[in-house]
Design a protein. Structure first.
Length: 470
């Protein structure tokens, strides 16, 4: 099996071949930390977390770089509104991002470089572009000459005459060409600044990622990722800057995830329909959010609604219950471990894992990969219906579920947060069983209600009563 990735640059699926065998350098554009992230920002957090996990599952050593934009116009405006300094604002929302990332079950990046910690590298990058004639100073600002880079527009598949001005690309009479974009912005009175050959100022938006990608991942990335909205102007400008400087491709594979809609409407400030993950996590699980994200192909638009959230909660509960049922049955198996698991079951599991890999190798088709997991649930349920099961087979089922979860991160925690210890739950269940035997149904019902209040759900099985945390 060979991993195929849809390359936004060529608009084709291509065989993934990293620059260095066995290693992957991946750079994903991170947030501008002027506020908490919204659910649209959470999509690349979750999806590229899964990309990184699957690459590691496939045996690659992954260097995963996600930057923080901790100074720009939005940062300055928000800091002024809140009566904070820009660094104070950045610290607040970087901490918030990390809380949200962890809450969504995404693993930390290998490194999170910040703009403010890489000013010398950014200034040096701009100086080289000026020396090569790709950039020019005008009135204390420095601009990139898009006309000097004939391939400008190759990612968004537009030519210079068709290109529209994107966010943070300002029209300025000081520009030689309207499509030129700023690399260094001269500081206005009262603004945060750093010294440079062109006067005090700060970096433009696009140059920071070019400089930090080069510093932390090399001249050519294996994968460069981000939201679809970053294709133009941000990633287009990165290509122009980096490739003009190094003469090498900035990235071998470009990956962009689709937009997130709320109740089938585009999320926007004007509609007031933004959803904040930290608020969403107060009423649903990280696994349900991940499930919604992963059961739509990453390049397609994705829709959030209350109904979809409820459906996702039921689905991840089914996955987790399957695991819990295996663990419960394993606890009642007292026979010696056989030489190996049931041969037919093992063969079917191997076929399912091959199918899982095939789906993930097909441009990270997580939606179909999740479907394979539900096939495993059905196989598990059928096996548990047998009168006699063996511990080797049960352990193989648990191991396989663990491998799937290590990539997709969809299993609910086994401890739902009840303040009852396992021994206390077992004691109450035993007391309830005794109460039923003595026909003390009032006490039995009282214990069931107490357990339900504590988030403990009881289920009757052929092997006796089992419990799980809600």
């Amino acid at each position: 099996m060979t991993l195929m990735i849809y390359n936004s640059l060529t608009r084709e699926k291509e065989t993934f071949v990293p620059l260095t065998p066995g290693e992957v350098n991946m750079y994903v554009c991170g947030p501008t930390v002027y506020d908490y992230i919204h659910i649209g920002n959470a999509r690349p957090v979750i999806f590229f977390d899964v990309v990184r996990r699957y690459l590691e599952f496939s045996g690659y050593k992954v260097r995963y770089v996600v930057n923080f934009t901790d100074v720009d116009d939005k940062m300055i405006r928000r800091a002024n509104e809140l009566g904070m300094t820009v660094p104070e604002l950045a610290e607040k929302y970087i901490a918030g991002f990390n809380e949200d990332r962890e809450g969504l079950g995404a693993r930390p990046a290998t490194i999170n470089p910040r703009v403010t910690e890489n000013i010398p590298e950014i200034v040096s990058f701009i100086e080289e572009l000026v020396d090569k004639g790709y950039a020019y100073e005008s009135g204390g600002d420095v601009y990139y000459r898009t006309s000097r880079f004939p391939e400008y527009g190759k990612l968004s598949h537009k030519n210079l005459d068709e290109l529209q001005y994107g966010i943070r690309v300002e029209v300025d009479e000081r520009k030689e060409n309207p499509q030129d974009f700023v690399l260094w912005k001269g500081a206005k009175p009262g603004e945060i600044f750093w010294p440079s050959p062109w006067g005090d100022g700060r970096p433009g938006w696009h140059i920071e990622c070019s400089a930090m990608a080069r510093t932390y991942a090399g001249d050519t990335l294996d994968i460069h990722g981000g939201g679809h909205d970053l294709q133009f102007p941000h990633h287009e400008c990165e290509i122009a800057q980096s490739e003009a400087l190094t003469g090498k491709p900035l990235a071998r594979y470009w990956m962009h995830n689709g937009f997130v809609n709320i109740n089938n409407e585009k999320m926007s400030k004007s509609l007031g329909n933004g959803v904040n993950p930290r608020e969403l996590l107060k009423r649903t699980s990280a696994q349900a959010i991940r499930y919604i994200m992963l059961t739509t192909h990453y390049r397609s638009p994705l829709n959030f609604s209350e109904e979809i959230i409820r459906q996702a909660e039921n689905s991840v509960a089914r996955l987790s219950t399957s695991r819990d049922n295996v663990k419960h049955r394993l606890g009642s198996v007292h026979s010696e471990l056989p030489a190996g698991p049931d041969a037919e079951l093992a063969a079917r599991i191997e076929a399912m894992m091959s199918e899982f890999r095939a789906k993930m190798d097909d441009d990270f088709n997580t939606a179909d990969a999740v479907t394979v997991w539900f096939q495993l649930v059905s196989e598990t349920n059928a096996y548990l219906q047998r009168d006699i099961v063996d511990s080797a087979s049960l352990n193989l089922l648990l191991k396989t579920m663990g491998e799937l979860d290590d990539v997709l991160g969809l299993l609910l925690p086994e401890d739902g947060g009840s303040d009852l210890l396992d021994d206390e739950v077992d004691r109450l269940i035993a007391e309830r069983s005794e109460a039923r035997k003595t026909r003390n149904f009032a006490r039995a019902d009282q214990i069931r209600d107490l357990l339900a209040e504590k988030g403990i759900l009881l289920e009757d099985t052929p092997q006796g009563i089992r419990w799980r945390r809600k």
